[in-house]
Design a protein around this ligand. Sequence first.
Ligand code: ADP
Length: 597
Amino acid sequence: MAASHAARPARPVHRLALWALALAVALTLAGFAGRWAGDAAMSKAQLAGEQRLDTYAVSLENLLSKYDFLPRTLELNKDVLALLQHPGDEALRGEVNTYLEQLNRQSGSTTIYIVNLQGVTQAASNWRSPNSFVGDNVAFRPYVRDALRGKPGGFYGVGTTSGEPGYFFAHGIYRDGRMLGVATVKVNIERLEQGWMQSADKVLLADAYGVVFLSSVPEWKYHTLAPLPPAALRELAASRQYFSHELTPLDMRTLRQMNGGTATVALPQAGDVAVLSQSRSLAPRQWRFVYLSDLSGARNSARAAFVFALLLQALLLMLVLYGLQRRRARADLQRANDELELKVAERTASLHQMAQDLRQAQSGLVQAGKMAVLGQMAAGITHELNQPLTALRTMADNARVLIERGRLDEAKSNLGTVSQLVGRMGVLTGQLRQFARKADTSLTAVPVAAAITAALFLVERRVEQERVNFRMAVRDQHVHALCDSNRLEQVLVNLFTNALDAMADCATRQLTVSVERDGAWALVGVADTGPGIPAEILTHLFEPFFTTKPQGKGLGLGLAISEQIVREFGGELRAEVTAAGGARFVIALPLVEQETI
Ligand code: ADP
């Protein structure tokens, strides 16, 4: 049964284990929720990063392609060709310098210059400025070298003269299929950085070696994504691509490598927390865009989801516990109620049974008592009837003789006595019949004095025979009690008989019956001058079958039945010892007021 199962207390160790398990499950679920939310935020960041990378790559390409053609157009300028053929012509140099200066201004590039086959600058747009390139040997610069070898190219580097970074476009200048020199255009692409700095995210542009040359974080510039091998360092130093910058690594640690160029990384220079790194290679220059997205938003939403899931589970747990508690309390209450009802039902049933048993026992006792009294009285009654019968026969015989002798008056008198005797016998048998009848319970107003007289009639012979002095002390002849006359007589007969029995061996034998009022009670006293009742007997007096009389003489039922009868009337029977030492029984009966009769 569920209730008994719930009522059994779990062992503390079990309960602890259960809680630990619940906590583990809750933490795991919350962990999943946090992971899920974190992943969702991460893929959102990833998508945004891809888009940013696309935008940046396109804008870079746009910028560079704008200048791609510029070096080649210089081939079309006759003065440029002439200068390369006649390097000593200063007037021509002046022409070309001015031309380059104008072209540079119009195209928005940083510098334009012409280099001869030896790598010496012949003319430059910045010819007026103190760090004019004119006369510089730039043969060591890779883009110049490549272009001189017939490989036009692009190159990002920091200018060796100006110290300013820029993208260098270089292209050979040919005439009739013969190379005369190289045209170079330097473009400032650092302005791209301005756009990158606006967002919280970070953008890096690194070259094929992994050297960061554009960055939304200025401090990261001219550092490498990873430590460079010595050969690469040597190469870079030779080309002076990054001039005098020391190319130390950024210490970027990869935390989790994901698909393609995506990973989570940590940088000591950026708080050393995980950031999302996405990179994109830009052919043909072999550059690499790196986009670092701030993941604090993702972390926050993961944390929020974790806490939320935990709270939700705690709430659910509380709800479940509350429900269980309520159910248990209800079950307890129901059980207590059921038990109580059962107990009440049991008690009621046993009370009913007891009442029934009592009634049965009582009515049995009353009936048995009557039989006992009847038995006891049978001898007396036989005796009582025998005497008048003998007298009747004698008188009848006498009457016949008297009639035969003609003494009619005497015969008439004899017959009168016969008639009287027969009448008296009739009364006696009537009383007996009445006594034997099972009492009905209807109570009426009974004249107490008359009941005493009727009872006395039944013991009259014994009173006379044993020479008992009988005294009626009735102050009020009209006292009526609410009872049943037959049964009151039965009680009185019993008390009289007991009194006569008690006084059998006494010198003085006086039986006193009194009637008096006491408030709402009619008190009937039956006192004798017998030996009285010792205290130890007094307490057992009304118990059934309690008797001190020899066997066959008394059943010990008389007082028990009498007491019961009086109680049925709503009255009380009690015993006491008189001042003279005899016994006195008092029947208290409900008094019926005179007016109501
Ligand atoms: P029984 O008369 O059959 O013994 P009762 O119930 O009438 O039964 O009486 C119980 C006992 O009470 C008697 O045996 C007797 O010892 C005592 N008793 C009753 N009436 C008197 C009395 N008037 N004086 C002394 N003892 C009495």
